[in-house]
Design a binder for this molecule. Structure first.
Ligand code: 9WN
Length: 428
């Protein structure tokens, strides 16, 4: 891939994917495979929608905020029970309406990475008139503050200020090699009878295995059966993830901008962003030259080179930025000029170029890396090459969920919303 696609053709195709997946108040990640509203998808989708429809971009974010729980959490999924599309686990698995702290709309109890405040600020910045007309920032700010407060109060499980995920689904990188060791301790025998409607929409070789699903359901049942209460229950799977926390820090910087624009003090948000950026240093692995996860249960670092450890580059003032840039440009990631950034070190013995989060290149991750290169003013040519490839592959293959980083072959579902939204964003 060397040439940029025709801008008019890319815009029109991306906009039509986002229209097709629009469900009235939010955008489905993809009809078929993902027939509800997903949390961090909505953040990425709003970042693209802002260029073509400011009102819809605002609505996308306000819609996920409608699923906020009393404790401030934003759920991984808000279920659209009016649709008869199949997804498992569904609303009947979580039964969130039985819990007093849950919202009226049915949701999961789990969360996803906090990119929302960042998206909200960008939506405002791109079209301040539309934002002010709707009183957008004033409405979303207290809810976004409560969301971050949830992370601080309920998810500081390691005690160092970083948020922990308590389920692989919460990381958004479900079967990343980062979770293998911790998952190996989890029984793969849930009570729930597992169905796999996902396999009607993507090949089994592109999705997590049945054994992994067994563990996912076992963990989800455990969390659900403790009333989704973070302060009770067992610590079966508690990990600190670099991308999750980098997005939180970046969103905290955005909250500072939002506060300033509302005439409020930005100081607490700036401090929190600074604290998170410093705390991330405890996840740095000097041998790999990038950030890794920490297993809070055992206290040890999970020393695997994945895309998650590169994403902290989105933070200005990142302590180990030079080393991470070197690892990014090295043989494990961009050294051999793959089309986009692989999700896992290409030299790893268990690197699989078509297997979900165990090798393929994802459009949101490559978009974040492009942004990280821009933040640090590094490797302009590479940022440009990646942006061209992202846009070309998106259009050439009907906006796939992810691609083989080496061949560019499409995998997963097609007409995937964040692929369309982020390709659109790179055109602006
Ligand atoms: C579980 C919706 C989501 C993304 C995740 C991606 C995938 C779900 C699944 O799809 O996860 O949340 O069923 O596999 O891993 O990042 O938010 O697009």
């Amino acid at each position: 891939m060397t040439a940029l696609p025709d801008p008019a053709a890319l815009t029109s195709a991306a906009v039509s994917v986002l229209k097709r997946n629009w469900a009235g108040s939010h955008t489905l990640p993809a009809s078929g495979l993902y027939p509800h509203q997903w949390s961090w998808d909505s953040g990425f989708i709003a970042l693209g929608l802002r260029h073509v429809d400011a009102d819809r971009a605002q609505q996308e974010l306000e819609s996920i905020l409608n699923g906020q729980w009393e404790d401030g959490r934003l759920p991984q999924i808000i279920y659209d029970v009016t649709r008869d599309d199949d997804y498992s686990p569904g609303a009947s698995f979580w039964r969130s309406n039985d819990l007093p702290a849950a919202p009226l709309v049915p949701t999961t109890g789990l969360i996803q990475p906090p990119n929302h405040a960042w998206a909200a600020w960008e939506v405002h910045r791109t079209n301040p008139d539309a934002s002010e007309r709707n009183g957008f920032l004033a409405r979303v700010y207290p809810r976004l503050v409560a969301w971050h407060e949830y992370l601080l109060v309920r998810r500081n499980r390691g005690g160092n200020g970083l948020a922990s995920v308590v389920h692989p689904w919460e990381s958004g990188m479900d079967n990343s090699p980062l979770w293998d060791e911790a998952l190996a301790r989890i029984p793969d025998t849930p009570q729930h009878v597992i169905r796999r409607p996902d396999l009607a929409h993507a090949g089994a070789g592109e999705r997590p295995s049945t054994k992994e699903y067994g563990r996912y359901f076992w963990l989800a049942e455990q969390y659900r059966d403790h009333g989704c209460n973070d302060l009770e229950g067992e610590d079966s799977f508690v990990l600190e993830d670099p991308t999750f926390n980098a997005l939180w820090a970046r969103s905290e910087l955005a909250l500072a901008d939002i506060a300033r624009s509302l005439g409020l003090s930005p100081i607490s948000h700036e401090q929190r962003a600074q604290e998170l950026t410093s705390a991330l240093e405890s996840l740095y692995d000097a041998d790999l030259g990038l950030y890794v996860a920490r297993d809070v249960t055992t206290g040890s670092l999970v020393r695997k080179a994945t895309i998650s450890g590169i994403i902290p580059l989105i933070l200005p003032g990142l302590g180990q930025a030079p080393a991470v840039l070197e690892a990014l440009m090295g043989p494990g990631f961009l050294g051999s000029s793959p089309h986009m950034v692989p999700s896992y070190d290409m030299r790893a013995g268990d690197f699989e170029p078509a297997q979900y989060w165990r090798g393929p290149a994802w459009f949101n991750m490559t978009w974040l890396v492009i942004l990280g290169l821009r933040v640090h003013g590094a490797h302009d040519d590479e940022a440009h090459r990646l942006a061209m490839n992202l846009q070309s592959l998106a259009l050439a293959h009907d906006f796939p969920e992810y691609v083989d980083p080496v061949t560019g072959a499409p995998h997963g579902t097609r007409n995937f919303s964040w692929t369309a939204a982020l390709a659109l964003d790179l055109m602006h």
